[in-house]
Write a protein that binds this ligand. Structure first.
Ligand code: MEV
Length: 315
């Protein structure tokens, strides 16, 4: 019997990361690259997760992956001992929701293995993925797991979840990797500490990011790329004020803008990881030409990147 399969996409946050943890809105989109998992019966009575070359036993106290895998399975009723394999195809360096994509793909592979016996619905898949994420990220807003499960482009708040955005046109991004990874947990904790130490920073930053996000939603729905680019640049300045940007991220943003990008900012938790550059493009040909300029500028400075489409139509 062939193993049961599950897949999930990665994500970019277009605007509003970090602030979203504190209750304000953010905009995210699924991206094609993501994670895949398989599930089949275990032969030794234990549930194991094979990730790369390493094996993790569910619930073992040996490491975060064992605990996360155990926490995920505990949310999926009636799961027998399974042998699960998982693989992420996301750029190394973080920021693109690799952990959430792995969690959702594993939960979906378990559901496919279950074959409908326990009626595992989408809410349960999200609950299982959130249990996994809490092990790594402490206080996740839920935007990463929502993007991994939902795909498409949406406005998100902790209180209300996702509202899909009706994009006027496809949006093209160059996604760049600094080649270093930041810890989401540490970055989220450092912003929380900053807000505690300096409540005035919190009081000024959260409403400002809220306004940028709301305007960006309007720009996306109107197809206003120039406006969206300007809002991304302002969001990057506010993120730098929260001390989550790095020299590499700032350098990559400048390189992208000098190469013609309409806006550029870090995406995800920062402290390393990935950034996005909005391309001045209305179709795939223009996007490829614009991406070649940005990716070329990054490459000559030693950074990797790829072209991604944020689709107006759910794909
Ligand atoms: C991480 O991709 C996004 C953050 O806002 C954390 C979260 O929302 O859980 C930094």
């Amino acid at each position: 019997m062939s193993p049961a399969r599950g897949a999930a996409c990665g994500k970019v946050i277009l605007l509003g990361e970090h602030a979203v943890v504190h209750g304000t809105p953010a905009i995210a989109s699924g991206i094609e690259h993501g994670a895949e998992a398989t599930a089949e019966p275990s032969t030794d009575g234990r549930s194991t997760l094979l990730l790369g070359a390493a094996e993790h036993i569910a619930g073992d106290t040996g490491g975060d992956l064992c605990r996360a895998f155990g926490a995920l399975l505990a949310e999926l009723p009636g799961t027998p001992p399974l042998r699960v394999t998982a693989e992420s195809r996301l750029l190394p360096g973080g920021g693109l929701g690799s952990s959430a994509a792995l969690a959702v793909s594993i939960a979906r592979a378990v559901r496919a293995f279950d074959g409908g016996v326990h009626a595992i619905d989408d809410a349960r898949i999200l609950a299982a993925a959130s249990a996994w994420e809490r092990v790594f990220h402490g206080n996740p807003s839920g935007i990463d797991t929502t993007a991994a499960a939902l795909g498409g482009c949406f406005l998100y708040t902790r209180a209300e979840g996702a509202s899909p955005l009706a994009l006027r046109r496809d949006v093209w991004l160059a996604i760049g990797s600094t080649g270093t990874s930041g810890s989401t947990r540490l970055m989220v904790e450092s912003v929380a500490r900053l807000f505690e130490r300096k409540p005035d920073v919190k009081d000024q930053t959260l409403p400002a990011i809220t306004a940028l996000v709301r305007n960006a939603a309007l720009a996306l729905e109107a197809g206003d790329l120039q406006g969206l680019g300007r809002l991304m640049v302002l969001n990057q300045m506010l993120l730098a004020g929260l001390l989550v940007s790095t020299e590499d991220l700032e350098r990559m943003c400048n390189l992208a803008r000098d190469a013609g990008a309409l806006g550029a900012k870090l995406t995800g938790a920062g402290g390393g990881g990935s950034m996005i550059a909005l391309l001045d493009a209305h179709d795939e040909d223009q996007a490829e030409r614009a991406a070649a300029r940005v990716l070329g500028a990054w490459r000559s400075a030693g950074y990797d990147g790829l072209l991604a489409r944020i689709s107006a139509q759910p794909r």
